[in-house]
Design a protein around this ligand. Structure first.
Ligand code: ATP
Length: 633
């Protein structure tokens, strides 16, 4: 998608993030390193809250999901089995002029007139005038003995009268937006050929054409880009003291694969039965061609992934008689034994949207994008991207894919270790089915397994035999679980929360002076600081001591902050910028009793100020902790 060059809102957000300590550029004192970001004091709290909420929602609050914490570096065979070694790549191209690298599918489309050059002579001179021909160069090389071992210089090359200008015959083109003179293109072409060793270049004009929305030209200078080549996104490293090809390992590009690799161990030790899930969160690394949009596309980031293992539909049908199909859009309700992959997929899409709404992203900021059949990975049955309306465009926050039994099947084939499970209920149910039903289910399972094996290049006879074995296994209660995978990025979610919270408020004082300030309207559950405790005045010991005492009583339960410095208005404003939902103020009425109103005369109360509307209320100091816990957890 084309992105605006300048995004005022993003600039404001990034500057606030740096100023208030949410996000810093990694290695900033050395000029930074592209695609890497650090979280400052407020950012670290925000991130921790988000991860804890995901973890507790996805594992602790569910009976059917358990956790895993695996290593970042794993056996490289895992990445061969998963397909990452062969296919985890992005198309990459370079500007022929500046060498700047682009992700080919993300180049901003350009419209204009393209001038093509077929090459350059040095000045007006033909090749014979001082420019060596290919034949001259080859003859010279032969003289110096370069061809002695290979039976002499090739006759064809010796005879060539082609000018030997390094890179001079490389076609080049420049796209000129409307109104730009042709001279601009000629100037750039001269620069290009001179950078390729042609002295005093004279680019040869080839043709002019009008192109629309082309991604083949550098949007910054119009120069032609190299054709796209696949670029593997995995970071390579070496394990052990020798750095040979045999020692190559990869930093994981996703957390999911460890869940598949440990599936049997988790299944055997957790006493879970399919359907059940395994959740993991942690660092992932991708050598993105063009990291951009702040933290949205980073090279080091964190993921929160769930692999939810389900029975194949044939097994569900054998046990329950029929697979339920989605009756309508929206949340399908509590999971049922007759759910097949479609309902489980729909369930997880809705659960994940519910999660986002529960931490303050309104439904109106989210979109569901159902991938079209031609966009799906060959093994996927469906994939929904949950998109968020970022200031730079509506883009993916999380993907929820129905991945069939591809992953476990791959690890079974590549490791030689069985990844299937035995299900007694299925075995019993299958045995009781009428023979024609048994045959129908086995046939369907056979066809699905054969499709997978054939796709993976298993020779026909072998694939047929293996699929038959799998179909016979189903009748005995054995199958490889299918999986639904909700996969979210922590950093993208943090960015979404920051963008959603960012609010500018303009206030005019009594003298008519206007001031615009920022209020970060985080949901209290994710807010980095939950409560700030402030004595009204710093220099009144009873106020200061009481505030410190309250702060001490709260800090063991939530992230609390204590601030004595500056006017109360300034302190409120500082907390608004940090996104603190509640400020607790200790004032004279705390000691002297409430002056008026229904609480008149009541002592030991504090004022709570609400961040979003500035409203204040008084509550008993003893009620403060439960009052806050009910709102921030
Ligand atoms: P995209 O198409 O945006 O590159 P993807 O489809 O490759 O994303 P997945 O492989 O499905 O992403 O990864 C799951 C989630 O991990 C994404 O939805 C996103 O939130 C997060 N993620 C992926 N790549 C990055 C990255 N480079 N930086 C930050 N988060 C990322």
């Amino acid at each position: 998608m084309a992105e605006p060059k300048e995004n005022v809102l993003m600039e404001k957000i990034t500057s606030l993030c740096k100023r208030r300590g949410f996000i810093f550029q990694s290695s900033e004192i050395y000029g930074g390193i592209q695609g890497f970001w650090d979280y400052g004091p407020l950012g670290a709290e925000l991130k921790r809250n988000v991860k804890e909420l995901w973890w507790s929602t996805m594992t602790r609050m569910r009976d059917d999901v358990v956790g895993l914490e695996a290593t970042i570096i794993m056996h490289p065979a895992i990445w061969r089995a998963s397909g990452h070694v062969d296919t985890f790549s992005d198309p990459m191209c370079d500007c022929l002029l500046t060498k700047k690298r682009f992700r080919a599918d993300q180049v901003e489309p350009q419209t204009g007139t393209v001038i093509w050059f077929s090459g350059a002579d040095a000045g007006d001179s033909p090749a014979a005038d001082g420019i060596p021909t290919v034949g001259d160069v080859v003859a010279e090389a032969a003289k110096q003995g370069h061809f002695d071992d290979s039976g002499g210089a090739p006759e064809r090359l010796l005879k060539s009268k082609e000018p030997m200008l390094s890179g001079s015959d490389q076609p080049f083109a420049v796209l000129l937006p409307k109104g730009k003179p042709d001279e601009t293109a000629i100037k750039l072409a001269k620069q290009f050929y001179s950078s390729r060793g042609v002295s005093n270049p004279n680019p040869r004009f080839e043709k002019k054409e009008f192109v629309e929305n082309s991604q083949r030209f550098n949007p910054e200078n119009g120069s032609l880009l190299t054709p796209p080549v696949p670029f593997n996104l995995m970071f390579k490293t070496y394990v052990g003291p020798t750095a040979t090809e045999a020692d190559v390992a990869y930093l994981r590009p996703e957390t999911a694969q460890a869940i598949f690799a440990q599936f049997k161990n988790v299944h055997e030790t957790s006493r879970q039965k399919v359907p059940f899930g395994v959740a993991q969160m942690g660092k992932a690394f991708r050598n993105e061609v063009t990291p951009r949009n702040y933290t949205f596309r980073s090279r080091e980031f964190e993921q929160m992934e769930l692999e939810f293992f389900i029975k194949p539909d044939e097994a569900v049908e054998a046990v329950t008689g029929a697979v339920a199909t989605p009756a309508s859009k929206g949340h399908p309700g509590e999971p049922q034994p007759n759910w097949g992959w479609q309902l489980w997929h729909q369930y997880w899409v809705e659960e994940r949207i519910k999660f986002y709404e529960g931490i303050g992203l309104p439904r109106t900021t989210l979109e569901e994008y159902w991938q079209k059949p031609e966009e799906l990975a060959h093994y996927a049955r469906a994939c929904v991207d949950i998109l968020f309306k970022f200031p730079f465009g509506t883009q993916e926050l999380e993907g929820i894919a129905a991945r069939s039994d591809f992953d476990l099947s791959q690890h079974e084939r590549c490791s030689g270790k069985a990844m299937g499970i035995f299900d007694e209920e299925l075995r019993t149910a299958f045995g009781k089915l009428p023979p024609e039903k048994q045959t129908a289910l086995k046939d369907r399972y056979y066809a699905a397994r054969l499709k997978y094996l054939t796709k993976m290049g298993v020779p026909a006879a072998e694939a047929g035999a293996a699929a038959q074995e799998d179909a016979d296994g189903l009748a005995k209660g054995q199958y490889i679980p299918h999986v639904i995978e909700p996969s979210a990025g922590v950093d993208r979610l943090i960015l979404a929360l920051l963008a959603n919270a960012f609010t500018e408020v303009t206030e005019t004082d009594a003298k008519g002076k206007s001031e615009t300030r920022v209020v970060m309207k985080f949901h209290p559950r994710v807010a980095p600081i939950k409560v700030a405790v402030l004595p009204l005045l710093k220099n009144k010991p009873e106020l200061a001591n009481k505030a410190r005492e309250i702060f001490q009583s709260l800090r063991g339960h939530m992230m609390a902050f204590h601030d004595e410095a500056g006017s109360i208005g300034r302190r409120y404003a500082r907390q608004d910028e940090a996104g603190t939902p509640f400020c607790v103020t200790v004032d004279f009425e705390t000691f002297e009793g409430v002056k008026d109103g229904p609480q008149a005369g009541v002592k030991d109360t504090v004022t709570i100020r609400h961040r979003d509307d500035g409203k204040q209320e008084r509550i008993a100091a003893s009620e403060l902790l439960p009052w806050l816990l009910a709102r921030v957890k």
